[in-house]
Design a protein around this ligand. Structure first.
Ligand SMILES: [Zn+2]
Length: 279
């Protein structure tokens, strides 16, 4: 299919991560197995089948393609999509879609919901999403996708099956929910977005931003603008328990070879082997 939005992809733990992210240009990701996407800075035609999108904030490079995506779904007679975004932006984004509807003379049909840190989204029986605060220049959130299973409570572990069945039928809650963090997505954030929500460091896959890498960049300025520097990762090397850490959203002033050279030279080995530079 003819397309002008690049897509990189990789696989880990039974999930496919697809997308692209450069600072101030465009950011969009999706995980087909979970039927979700993160941010809509652009919208590759192939991403249309993904029905649920989680937006981190309303900077243009993360949201510009929202009307395009909503309109395409309707044009292709697909179910109206579900869009989650920071609650502070909900009414303005509704207005944006209404204006596009008037200009384009095509109805913009979607389910939009505002989210706040601490909130939860029921994705399916097996997966739930939690919303956490990130730290950027406008209202912003990140998302963690959890695997959840019902496990028999400790006290019933040795019991025979018919006893457990009887207990359950008599109304006893014999199971408890166990959650494992699968994917954390931060969008744009300063290091506070990682530090203030431990599951970010525990998720099997972390997708995050490393907008700046050069040694002479002033870090307090970078943090003030809600971004991260390579040195922030080096400082936190011991905290990352993730199996895979995808670093993206590099500033456009860098070439791929410069990013690789600087990052590989600076990250300690145990982190370097788990970091994937999204270039
Ligand atoms: Zn931003």
């Amino acid at each position: 299919m003819l397309d002008n939005a690049p897509i990189l992809s990789c696989q880990h733990a039974g999930l496919t991560i697809e997308g692209y992210s450069r600072a101030a240009v465009q950011t969009y990701w999706r995980i087909p197995e979970l039927k979700i996407g993160f941010d809509l800075g652009a919208h590759p035609w192939d991403f249309m089948s993904t029905p649920t999108w989680l937006l981190t904030h309303t900077h243009l490079d993360h949201i510009a393609a929202l009307p395009v995506y909503v309109a395409r779904r309707r044009m292709m007679r697909m179910e109206p999509p579900r869009i989650y975004l920071p609650a502070e932006a909900l009414e303005d984004v509704r207005r944006l879609l209404l204006v596009m509807q008037r200009l384009d003379r095509g109805r913009m049909i979607c389910h939009m919901e505002g989210v706040q840190p601490g909130g939860e989204i029921e994705l399916s029986r097996e997966n739930v999403i939690t919303v956490f605060a990130t730290s950027h220049t406008i209202p912003s959130v990140g998302y963690v996708v959890w695997d959840r299973r019902m496990k028999l409570k400790e006290e019933y572990l040795g019991l025979p099956g018919d006893r457990i069945r009887d207990l359950r039928q008599s109304g006893v809650a014999v199971t408890r929910e166990v959650r494992v963090p699968l994917v954390a997505y931060t969008g744009d954030t300063s290091p506070a977005g990682l530090d203030n929500y431990p599951p970010v460091y525990q998720a099997k896959i972390l997708i995050t931003e490393m907008s700046f890498i050069r040694p002479n960049h002033r870090r307090e300025k970078i943090h003030k603008f809600g971004h991260m520097h390579l040195d922030d990762f080096v400082e936190r090397a011991d905290r990352f328990q993730n199996e895979l850490i995808i670093c993206a959203h590099f500033s456009t002033r860098y070439h791929a070879h410069e990013v690789k050279r600087l990052v590989e030279g600076k990250l300690p080995a145990n982190l370097r082997e788990r970091v994937k530079l999204w270039l």
